[in-house]
Structures are given as C-alpha cells and as structure tokens.
Design a protein around this ligand. Structure first.
Ligand code: Z16
Length: 834
C-alpha cells in the first residue's frame, strides 16, 4: 500500500449520478431505503439514532451530486484555491445546516411526519462535532461556510480528533471534565478514504551528503526519519447556501503503519512491537483544550506537523495535475495559516521543494513566501507559541535545520536594514535565547508570509504598533486587517427562524447571502408594529430557551425578565469576574436594604464557559459563579428580581438557542486584550444590545450601530497601557469604593461558601494584589453602564428600537464580507463559474 499515484483527471464533464429530485414522496422513498438497506432496520424497531442516521444520509444524497460536480470542476479547471490550515473546526450540528443549504427543511418534515416521525426529535439526537475550543475554531467553520456559499474553490484541512472539546460537568459547582465521545454512534457526515492515506515521518537524524566533485561539490542534507505514521483523510461536505457548490473539509486521522521490522524485535517482543506502533494513533486522539494559552506539549507539536504534512502532500499529489511545475505553486494556492498552530508547514514546504524536488534554496524560498499567509488571533504574549529547540530538533531535525537557515538569512536582512542593531536582531530573531532556546512560531510565520493579518481593526493596529512592531517597520506592506465575521446561515437563518421570517417578510430573503441588505430594516425601527413583532420574536425565543434549559439542565429560567448573557471561554482577561461582581453588588444592595426590589429591573444573568482543565484560576471563577448563583437563586427576596443560570457544557448547540433569546450581550474584556470576539457579532445580529469595552470588534460594532445603541464603559487601550506603565495598584479602588469593598468582603467572608473563607481566597487576593486585567479599575464604570442599561430597558419601545437598529446595522459582520476582504487583500482567488 502506498499513496495513490494520481487521480483520474477530468477532461470534460465526468459522468455523475444525479441527486434525487426534491419531493415529499421521493424523500420518503430515499429515507426508507436508507433505514432498511443501509441502517438495516425496519421502522417499527428503529431507535432514535437509527432514524437520525437514516435522515442524515438521506439529506446527504441531495447534496452529493453537487459535491461531486464541485470536486471534479476544481480538478478540471485548476483554479487558484484557498487551502485553509486550521488545527480546529468547531462545526456544530450538521443536520439542520444541511437541510437549510439544500432547501429541504419542509420536505423532510412533511416526509417524516407521514411516517410518524418528528424531525425535531431527530435533530436532538446529533452529537455536535466539537473539534475546536472556541472563537478560533468556530471562525474556521464560519469561513468554510462562506467560501462555499460564495463558490470559492477552497479546501479546509484539519485534524479528525477522536475526542473533541471535553464535556463539562459541575460537581458542587466545580468544573469536572468528561471525554467527548462524539463518534460513539457513528458520524454520517464523514467519508473515510484510506486509499488516499499519506505517510508522515518523525524523528531520526539528518545526514549530510556531498554531491559532485572538487569545486562543484555541494553539501546537501538528507533526513533519515526514525518513525512513521499514516494519515487517513476523512472528507466532510461543506455545502454552500442553495448555490450548487459543495466544498470539502478534509480532516486527518492517524493510523499505525504496522510496517515495523519484526527482526529488530525478537519474536517474544511481538506484542511490544505492535504496541509501540499503535502508540502513533494517539496523535489524532484528543483536542488540546486550551484556548488562547497553549501548552507546549510534544504531542501537540506532533499533531501540528502531522496534519500539515498530510495536507501539503495531499494538495500537491492529489489536487494538482501530475507533473505540475511547483515553481508556479503560488498561482494555484494560498495556504492560510490559522494562528501559529500550522506554521510548521513553512519548513515542511521548504523541505519538500529543496530535499525532494531539488529546488535551489532561494527558488524554494520564493515559492514558499508566495504560498503562505498568516492570521494572528491574539495579543497575549503567553498565547504566542514557542517550541523548545531541543524538542523540535528531536521530533523534526531537518525542519529545525531549515528554520535555522531561514533565520540566518532573515537576520542578515535585519542587520543590513538596521545598520547592525544587535538589540533589534535579538528581538526579531525566530530563535529566542531566553529562558531557553526556542522557536518563536509567530516570527517564523511573519517572516514567511505574504501577508499577516489581525482579526479586528484595533487588533491589527496593536499588532503593527506593539506585538510585531519591528516587523511592521521592516515590511509595512505585509500587514493588513481582516475583521472577523460569522455566518448568517447558521447564526441567524438557522438559529433564529422567527427573526428570519420577520426579516424576510419585511425585505425579502436576499439578506441570507447579502447581509448588508439588513440596512433596509432601518426605517422599520421607527415602526411601532414592527417593533411589537420584534418583541414577540424575542419573547418566543425566551420561551424556547426556557424550555430547552428546563429539559437539558433542569434549570428554571423566567421568561419575562431581561436576559443578560455572557458566553465565552473562561479567561481572566475576558473578566467574567466583573459580571459576577455586579451580581454580588445587586444582591448586597437588596439584602442590606439599600436597594428596593421595585428599583431593580428584573434580570436573568446567564453564563456559559469552559475553563482549560489546567487553568486553576479559571476553575475558581467557575466555582464562584455557581456558588453565587446558588445563594442568589435561593434567596426569597433577591430571587424575585435576580436569577443566575449557568448551564454546563456551553457549546455551539447551546449558543444557537441562547443567543436569539438574549437582550443584553456582555463583551467586557480589558481593552487591548480580546483580539476580536465573534460572539459579540452573533448577539448584535440577533438583536441584543451590547454592554462592552472599547476592545476587539466591539469598537467596530459600536461605530456601526451608534453610541446610543451600545453601552460603552471602561478604560480604553491607551488608558489601560498608561495605568499599567504608571504602576497599577488595585487595592486603591478597594479602599476608595465602598460598594466594591462590600462586594469583595462578601466573597472574602464566605457568604457564598457556607462561611468558609478559604474557598475563594485566591480570587480575592488576586484581585487585591495583582489584578492583571484591571477588574477593579473598571468596576465603577461598569456599574454605571449597568445603570444606563436598566434605565433603557424600562422603556420597551426605545429598547426594541435600538435592538432593531443593532440588527439592521450589523450586516458588516457576515463572514461573507470577511471572505471578500481576504480575497481582495490576501488570496486573490475567484469564484468558480457554474
Ligand atoms: C482562540 O480561540 C483565539 C485566539 C487564540 O490565540 C487562540 C484561540 Cl484557540 C480567539 C480570540 O481570543 C478571539 O478574540 C477571536 O475572536 C477568535 O480567536 C477568532 O479570531
């Protein structure tokens, strides 16, 4: 077995089997065929999972011909393609999305109803593929959706983790992680292609060989790997919205080669030999659950190299015609590096070109520089990946050598440009010297890429001015911005059918693929009847949410209160603590009698957040929220106006029910820390108002929706930087603000921990001592903003006017627009004609 040499080239149009015509009777027939012939069961005996699998496969049929046609057109016409390299794709459930893309929702419901089956029940049976941590993984999923909807030739490459992001449970309010066995019931959306397996090498050493004689002799390096693993591709359909284009997401799964040499073991060690090989399959076993602060674990580097090595081989061997001149690779592809995770692809392409294809170094470097672009997603220094040189050298010795050479030539350029500025050279080097020698992946990516982009205006600005300032001075034209976006198909059309209908009734359905058309709703913000119907939609969505949480978590959510939502990964910079301090302040006000019940706007505060399992402070904060929730919700007076709900295991499916119901969106990170945020966009598009800092894409949301329809608070980035510079002393705020002092004292005295003062001591002492993200500095400003929120909410007409304007003015945040920006500024690819 080896890799398949070449695919059949499609010269004209390939013979393709047609997908079935959409009709109710046809759908019933297809469905029963799937249930009986594939699932091997009869309707009377079919389990919910049987019925779900049969439905998923039936829907698949209707997209299949488009998928095959798109694939063969790509092979035939060889357009420039986008190859998105991402270690994460947080896809969410597939069934409903596929139904909507294929325009089969009504036909499927009718067809299954005629068999006595409720489609809604089958939707619930799908376990979402949670192959990502949060924003970055969900962004990748939105981008491939938009690329397909815009008919751009694109392929997503990633890892088929056997276990996705952990399932979160609470025990006594504390987070416990359980494995996410998402494949247990089978996944009807994937197509394994073991015949297209790719071999990936690791370890070993590098040999130097001399070729030629005398003065012509050249030394070349040859990698002699120590071990190998196979990558098996699994293909997923990425259907465009009703446009006949279905792109591919290709995720790699690690398999043992079992090609071990039995002679190196004596026969008695047979079992050990097999075990050692099977060990290689660990590579795609589990997603690392770190968002923003990666752990430098060897297995993680193995994952990264594994999937990019598979993907480059796949693109070159399978998607390009045989004998393609790789000098022209930049005409055919842009490999977009989603953060630093896939950056090892840079030395890998150099290795392929130099060692395997015999390119001269300079030639290879020119091609490589033309093929890659890099997206940075962070500003936190601890989130920028670095790999210890000894680890990287052990795992990928030839790649380390290549990185050193790239660095040598790059630093030569820096010396020349700077007149030998040694300090600058040390700062910019791809190799860090302290605390230990390590490869700075962001520097490697920046040196190699044609373009480097941040993910929101402010973020890109700060990248240029701070994080990568030296590079921006050297190559100003390399740096650009592409503000993130979200797909309106999943996050409006699918998640909020009621709002979608209201919008479509008003302005037609063109907005689904042209979100700027939401502007046409603007005049309707002044129409009392439209606002009334908008409020009806919100309140129906709250009922749906209440129902969902009651069944899923046994949580009771009142439907007639302001729904105040903060959902995102748990991180100190995102400042969930600030919101819980507001809750505690309200609680304290009521309990102490300083605040009368009738002066409080009834609200339900909903949190959703996972903490990285090794992030102790984040887990503390989760514990605190749950403990505060228990006290608040059980207090006879307080609970009449204030509730806190923290459903466990926040994921894409929960987001889809929660966001459409929200009134208030909490986007309260310390300014200068959140690269963009994308939840903020989903809320605005679903008609929630934002309370937020001047951070990430909040800045652009506020500019677009207008100051009157956004609750701004807190330090600005330059202010926060100045405070930090001058020496931030959080205790001052505690000493000078009595309300804040009371809230913190309640925590410290054990009000939420049965009188125990130790439980939350780490949180309190951190806030009073270091408070790296300036929670205390922004506390009063946040309270004031919450006061403005209450005042605004008391006027339902004014509130819903603002909410409608948020929807009408947020069309910019479609990921279709992000894709247009990437295409214009970075990729220069074009849609496939159909
Ligand atoms: C991630 O989800 C993000 C950044 C990062 O370095 C690593 C991961 Cl896993 C997030 C950002 O925190 C968020 O602001 C941004 O909206 C998102 O990536 C998509 O760009």
């Amino acid at each position: 077995r080896g890799r398949v040499g070449s695919v059949t080239r499609v010269t004209e149009s390939t013979p393709l089997i047609a997908s079935p015509e959409p009709s109710v009777e046809g759908f019933v027939r297809e469905y029963l065929r799937e249930l009986n012939f594939t699932q091997g069961t009869v309707l009377e005996r079919a389990s919910t999972n049987d019925k779900y699998l049969a439905l998923a496969r039936t829907v698949r049929h209707y997209l299949m011909a488009s998928w095959m046609r798109t694939t063969s057109e790509h092979l035939r016409t060889q357009p420039k393609a986008v190859a998105y390299l991402s270690a994460e794709y947080l896809l969410g459930r597939q069934l409903d999305n596929a139904l909507i893309a294929a325009d089969l929702t009504d036909i499927a419901s009718e067809a299954l109803a005629s068999l006595g089956i409720d489609v809604a029940e089958l939707r619930e049976a799908e376990v979402e593929p949670g192959l990502g941590n949060g924003g970055l993984g969900r962004l990748a999923a939105c981008f491939i959706d938009s690329l397909a909807t815009m008919a751009i030739p694109a392929i997503g490459y990633g890892i088929r983790y056997e276990y996705g992001i952990f399932r979160q449970k609470f025990e006594d309010g504390w987070q416990v992680e359980k494995p996410d066995r998402w494949l247990d019931n089978g996944s009807p959306w994937e197509f394994a292609h073991p015949e297209h397996e790719v071999t990936v090498s690791f370890g070993g050493h590098v040999e130097t060989v001399s070729e030629g004689e005398g003065a012509d002799a050249v030394e070349t390096s040859r990698w002699v790997p120590g071990w190998e693993v196979l990558g098996v591709p699994y293909n997923y359909m990425v259907p465009g919205y009703r446009n006949g284009c279905v792109n591919t997401l290709r995720l790699w799964s690690a398999r043992a080669t079992h090609a071990f040499n039995l002679e190196t073991f004596n026969y008695g060690d047979y079992a050990e030999a097999v075990r050692a090989q099977t060990f290689a399959e660990n590579i795609s076993k589990v997603l690392y659950p770190e968002d923003s602060t990666p752990q430098g674990k060897e297995l993680r580097l193995q994952q990264q190299y594994f999937f990019v090595a598979c993907s480059l081989r796949d693109f070159i061997d399978q998607l390009l015609p045989q004998g393609f001149d790789l000098h022209r690779l930049p005409e055919r592809v842009c490999f977009q590096l989603n953060d630093t995770h896939p950056v090892i692809a840079v030395p890998e392409l150099m290795r392929i070109l130099v060692d395997e294809e015999g390119f001269a170094w300079d030639e290879a470097w020119e091609v490589t520089q033309g093929c890659f672009a890099y997206t940075c997603h962070t500003l936190l220094p601890e989130a920028l990946e670095v790999w210890p040189v000894d680890l990287l050298g052990r795992l990928l010795p030839r790649h380390l050598e290549i990185i050193y050479r790239i660095n040598d030539e790059f630093l030569e350029e820096v010396r020349e440009a700077s007149g030998d500025d040694a300090v600058l050279v040390r700062r910019m080097s791809i190799i860090a010297e302290h605390p230990g020698r390590a490869v700075r992946m962001a520097h490697l990516a920046t040196v190699a890429a044609t373009k480097v982009n941040g993910v929101a205006e402010l973020h890109s600005q700060l990248l240029r001015d701070k994080v990568l300032a030296d590079f921006a001075r050297l190559w100003p034209e390399k740096f650009t911005n592409v503000t993130n976006g979200v797909t309106p198909r999943r996050f409006v059309r699918m998640a909020n059918p009621r709002l979608s209908e209201l919008i479509t009734e008003a302005i037609g359905d063109g907005w689904v693929t042209d979100l700027d058309r939401l502007r046409e709703l603007e005049p309707l913000a002044d129409d009392p009847e439209f606002r009334r119907r908008f409020r009806e939609v919100k309140s129906a969505n709250k009922e749906r949410l209440a129902d969902f949480l009651a069944r899923r978590d046994g949580i009771e959510v009142p439907v007639d209160t302001m729904l105040d939502v903060m959902v995102k990964r748990l991180h100190e910079y995102k400042r969930q603590t600030l919101q819980i301090l507001h809750v505690i302040t309200l609680y304290d006000g009521i309990v102490s009698g300083r605040l009368a019940l009738e002066d409080v706007v009834p609200r339900t505060v909903v949190f959703g957040a996972k903490a990285a399992p090794g992030y102790a402070m984040a887990k503390q904060i989760i514990g605190l929220i749950n403990h505060v929730a228990a006290v608040v919700n059980n207090h006879p007076e307080v609970s009449r106006v204030l509730r806190v709900a923290f459903p466990a295991n926040y994921n894409v499916t929960v987001a889809e029910t929660l966001i459409p119901a929200a009134d208030l969106s909490e986007q309260i990170s310390l300014a200068g820390k959140e690269a963009s945020g994308t939840g903020n966009m989903k809320f605005a598009l679903n008609g929630a108002l934002t309370i937020g800092t001047d951070d990430g894409a909040n800045v652009e949301i506020r500019q677009l929706v207008g100051d009157d329809h956004f609750f701004l608070f807190g330090l600005t980035e330059p202010e926060a930087a100045a405070v930090a510079e001058a020496g931030y002393r959080p205790a001052t705020y505690y000493e000078e603000n009595a309300t804040l002092r009371r809230a913190l004292d309640l925590i410290a005295r054990g009000e939420f921990s049965g009188g125990d003062r130790q439980t939350f001591e780490p949180i309190v002492s951190n806030l009073l001592g270091e408070d790296r993200f300036m929670v205390l500095a922004d506390y009063q400003s946040y309270l004031d903003a919450q006061q403005r929120v209450e005042a605004a909410y008391r006027d339902p007409d004014a509130w819903s006017r603002s909410a409608v304007l948020n929807v009408a003015r947020s069309g910019f945040f479609s990921s279709d627009r992000s894709m247009r920006d990437y295409l214009d500024r970075i990729w220069h690819a074009e849609p496939l004609e159909s």
